[in-house]
Structures are given as C-alpha cells and as structure tokens.
Design a protein. Structure first.
Length: 593
C-alpha cells in the first residue's frame, strides 16, 4: 500500500499546447488585379516554387494580363481622341476671346464716334450763367465758339444781316429812283424795278429770319434728339456686344474644361489599366522564403481551396504568397477557454508615428508633396517602412518554452506575444470546443526553423503558493463528477473514503481545496482497495482516446478535458498520450485514482 502525506507546497502551473511555426514578420502578397464580371480577377501564368529563398524585388509570380493589354490599346485610342478634342477646344476658346474683344472694341469706337458727333453738334459749355440769347432760344447753356449748331446759327445770322443790309440798300435805291423819276432823270419803269428789288430783298430777309427761328426752335431739338439717340443706341449695342462676348467666352471655357475633364478621366483610366498591368508582375517585398498562402481551415485540416499553381484562377484581394522574415519566428497555437484568462501577452502602446508623419506632409507648403502624401500607395509604403515603430512594448507577456518536433533535443526560450480576444473555430467534429489563438514569440534567431513546422509550447502560468496538494494518481472519480472527487485516507481503523474538492493542478500534483487536512495520508494506488472494475484512475485514463491529446495542465478538474485530448468525455476516458489530468482541457477526461 503506497501512501502520501498531505502537506502545503508550491504548485507551479504550465499550459502545454501543440502549434505551428510561422514568422512573426510576414509580408503577404495580395492579388491587386480587379475582379471581372465572372468574379475572378485573372489566372496564374507562372509562380515560383514554394519554399524558394528570394531577395527583395525578385520576381515571384506572373498573372495573365492579355485582357488588360486589349483594354490598354482601346483606352489609348480614347485618350488620343480626347486629347485632340481638348486641344481644339483650347484654340477655339482663344479664338472666341479674340472675337469678343474685337467686337467690343469696334462698338466702343462706335460709341465714341456718336459722342463726338453729339459734342460736335452741340459745342456747348454748360454754364449756369446763361446768356440772354441762350435764354431767348431755350438753350440750357451758352454757345461756345465751335459746334455744328453754332456754325449753322452764325451762318444764318450772317445771312440775315446781309439780307438786312441788302434790304436797306434796296430801300435807299428805291427812294432815290422815286426822286429821280420826279426830276425826270429816270423813267417810272426804272423806279418800279428798284422797288421790285427792294421787295425781293425783304422777302429774302423774312425767309432767312424764319429759317433762323426754325433752327433755334425745332431743328436744333430734332438734331439733338437724333444725336443723343445714336449715342444711347451705340452704348446699348456696346453692352450687348460685351454680354455676347462674355457669354461666348464662358461657353467656350466650359467646353474647354469639359474636354479637359474628359481627357483627364480617360487618362486616369489608362493609368489605372497600366497600374493593373504592372500588378500582374509580382515581386518580393523583402528578403525571405516563399510560402504559398494557406488559410486557417487549410492549416488545421480543412478542405483545400484557392490553390496556388500555374493556371489557377485568383480573386481580387486574395492572399497568394507570404514572405516570412526567418529572423523573427513564432508559434501559432490555440489555448482552451478554461485557461485563456490566465494567459497574458505583450502590452503594446501605439506611437502614432505614421499618422504624425502624414499630418506633417499635409502641412508641407509644397503642393506637390501634399498631393503625393494623399496617395493610397504612398501611405501604404509609409506604413510598411515604419511598421516596426508604430508600437512599443510596455510590458512583455508570460514566459514560455518551445520544443520543435524537427529539433527535439533543443528547448527554445520564448514569451507570449498576443492572445486573441475572440474564439476561433477548430475542426468541424470538435466545433463545440472554444479555443483562442495565441502567438508565442521565439527569442533570438534560430537556424533551421521553417514555417509550418510542428512545435510544442509550454506557457509558464503564475503558480500558487502554500496550498494542500496530493499526487494525481491518488484521485478517484470521473469527469462527470466535476470538481468533486474522492480519495482514500489511512486512519487508525482502516482506510476512509473521503469527498474532496479539487482546484488547479500540473502534470504531477493537484490542489485540494476542501476535504483533507495537512498531515493526512492518502492512498496512491486506490485500485488495491476498489478493484479494477470500479476504479477510474490515471492508469485507466491512459487507455482512452487519441494518440496526441493535451496534458490538461492547469485547468480546473471537471472542465471536460477529453475534448481537447481526443478522448470521449461521455465515457470519461482519458485524452491520450498526455491525458491523465483530472478533466482539464488538455487531456484526460477521467480523474486519476
């Protein structure tokens, strides 16, 4: 009969899981060719072999660009046509502007001529002090020494004065003739002739006076109204020509801008097609090794899809290749939900370096720099260049150790890098198990590590101190009992079967929270007391389930570890090679006994 004395001791806890080696610094190669009407973007003409070592900018893959080349030729014709239309519109705009300027200038000259004709006719100097003559004829100002109206008035005034002189002379000759007739020096006929000349001069004077009066009263107003009307009409025509010139200029300018916009749109389409053709040649973004991309379902046994091979069709945005940095490797594993709350990763703080750089570029007075900084490609290149400086590590995650199946004799130092915030789905026949993706970063460079190698990770969870603990093989009971199990305690009168409440445990010891006291002696081989048929212990659990179950370390008993270990929790059998824990997530579903 083997016995163990219960005592208080420190219980160190680890979580051990299987995982896959991958790079912590991966540069994914994504298909950037846009999808067509059939849903696929293009197909693969050539691809480099999986696992090949490559240098930066080395050619990795050629995608089919034949359809894009046809689009490029067609679009080039459209760009040339739009360029021709744009040049024609620019020249037509210049012609329209010149024609408008000429028409406006001609009409301005017509306005000036009409104003000169009016001023020439008036020749007026507007003076508030009117002359008596101006007031007499109703003129608003004094006549100047020049002007068409003044000349006409002066001419008629002169003719009137001449006619008055002629009339006075004719009167004197008629009187003289009458005297000569009385003195018998002239005949009456001669006297009558002189009198007729006098009457003719009188009629002429009266006609000139009437003509002068009409000029002052009516002809002046008529001519003045006509000349003013010509000035006003010329001004209106000038306004019309100005509006027509502006309307034609705006119309030609809109047409020019429209043609320019069409050219820019067609040129952008051509540039976009050229960029798409360029995306058909995929080069390595960094030094490393080529790894054909596999999603999580493929990695853990799902149905392969979107295979990377010559002739395969690819979609827009599909991840094609991955170029890992072999100097920084990590293990991608999954932790059961029962233990995920105890796993702590790095605490990273954002530096906002890239955002600060972008704001600085936008504040640059150079407009070209501001324009370039807003390009999506430039922003992506900026993020790629400073991706290692966007965060800094405030505190490191929990320590871990890694053993790679390819190098079983080597134990690698590592620490937990990150723990996923949401559960990931495992294999379809275990879809009810909730596990969380956990990344464990291997410290330093390790030669020989390659992506997709299998590794075992042991995460050192903080232990508990000074608790009552007993060996795992002393526990009796199955997973259906939960944390309530049984042990046999040696007493002076025999062996007493006691109910105990279990807590955390590792690969050797389990915490007893209730049911035992320090100094009690528990039986390590309860099969001797109960017999094989009724006993469920660690030896019985080792017969259950799969061949690679987890070890159930650190989980509370009763947490149905048979799922993770590969055993059948309904039959309370253990998980497998590492099964035997009391129902934790790693291995055995049944308690040791």
């Amino acid at each position: 009969m083997l016995l163990h004395t219960v005592k208080r001791e420190n219980l160190n806890i680890t979580v051990t899981e299987k995982g896959t080696i991958e790079s912590a610094d991966n540069r994914d190669v994504v298909c950037k060719v846009r999808a067509g009407s059939k849903g696929f973007a293009t197909s693969i003409n050539w691809v480099i072999d999986d696992g090949s070592k490559v240098k930066k900018d080395q050619l990795l893959m050629l995608l089919d660009d034949s359809a894009l080349q046809d689009q490029h030729r067609t679009q080039k014709i459209l760009v040339d046509t739009a360029l021709s239309a744009k040049v024609t519109a620019d020249k037509q705009y210049e012609i329209t502007v010149k024609e408008g300027e000429r028409a406006v200038a001609e009409q301005e000259n017509a306005v000036l001529v009409a104003q000169i004709d009016l001023e020439k006719y008036l020749g007026l100097s507007f003076d508030p002090a009117q002359t008596p003559l101006a007031a007499a004829v109703g003129m608003p100002a004094a006549l100047s020494e020049s002007g068409g109206f003044r000349q006409q008035l002066d001419d008629l005034t002169g003719q009137v004065r001449l006619a008055e002189g002629d009339l006075e002379q004719s009167r004197e000759r008629a009187a003289w003739a009458d005297r000569m007739v009385k003195m018998k020096y002239m005949s009456p006929a001669q006297s009558q002739a002189e009198r007729s000349k006098m009457e003719s001069s009188l009629e002429k004077l009266r006609g000139l006076q009437t003509q002068r009066s009409l000029l002052i009263a009516y002809d002046r107003k008529k001519a003045l109204a006509d000349l003013k009307s010509k000035v006003d009409n010329a001004q209106r025509m000038l306004d019309q020509k100005t509006l027509e010139a502006e309307a034609n200029r705006v119309k030609a300018d809109i047409d020019r801008k429209t043609k320019s916009s069409i050219l820019n749109n067609e040129a952008e389409k051509l540039k976009d097609i050229e960029d798409q053709i360029h995306e058909c040649r995929i080069s390595a973004p960094q030094d490393g090794m080529v790894v054909y991309f596999k999603n999580e379902s493929n990695r853990f046994g799902g149905t392969p899809q979107n295979l990377i091979e010559q002739g395969a069709q690819v979609k827009e945005g599909q991840k094609l290749l991955r170029i890992p940095n072999l100097d920084r490797m990590q293990v991608n594993t999954k932790v059961h939900e029962a233990m995920v709350s105890r796993i702590k990763g790095d605490v990273r703080v954002a530096t906002n370096l890239v955002d600060t750089l972008q704001v600085g570029l936008l504040a640059n007075p150079d407009p070209f720099s501001r324009l370039v900084s807003q390009k999506e490609d430039f922003q992506q290149d900026l993020r790629d260049q400073f991706r290692h400086k966007e965060y800094y590590t405030a505190s490191r995650g929990q320590r871990a150790s890694v053993r790679v199946d390819a190098m079983p004799a080597v134990q690698l130092n590592a620490h937990v890098r990150s723990v996923a915030g949401v559960a990931s789905q495992t294999d379809s026949f275990m879809s009810d198990v909730k596990v969380y993706q956990t990344l464990v970063l291997i410290e330093g460079r390790v030669d020989g590590l390659k992506p997709d190698m299998t590794a075992e990770v042991s995460i050192h969870v903080d232990g508990i101190k000074e608790v009552l603990a007993v060996p795992l093989q002393a526990i009796v009971g199955g997973a259906d009992m939960g944390v309530k199990r049984k042990v046999f305690v040696k007493t002076p009168i025999g062996h007493d079967e006691r109910d105990v409440t279990l807590g955390l445990y590792n690969e050797k010891m389990v915490e007893v929270r209730d049911g035992l006291a320090e100094g009690d002696e528990v039986v390590l081989n309860p099969k001797v007391l109960l017999g094989d048929a009724k006993t469920k212990t660690r030896d019985a659990d080792d017969k259950g389930g799969g061949s690679k179950g987890g070890d159930g370390k650190g989980a509370a008993p009763g947490e149905d570890g048979g799922k993770k270990g590969g055993g059948d929790p309904s039959k309370k059998k253990g998980g497998g090679m590492k099964g035997g824990g009391p129902g934790g997530p790693g291995g055995g579903g049944g308690p040791p006994g």
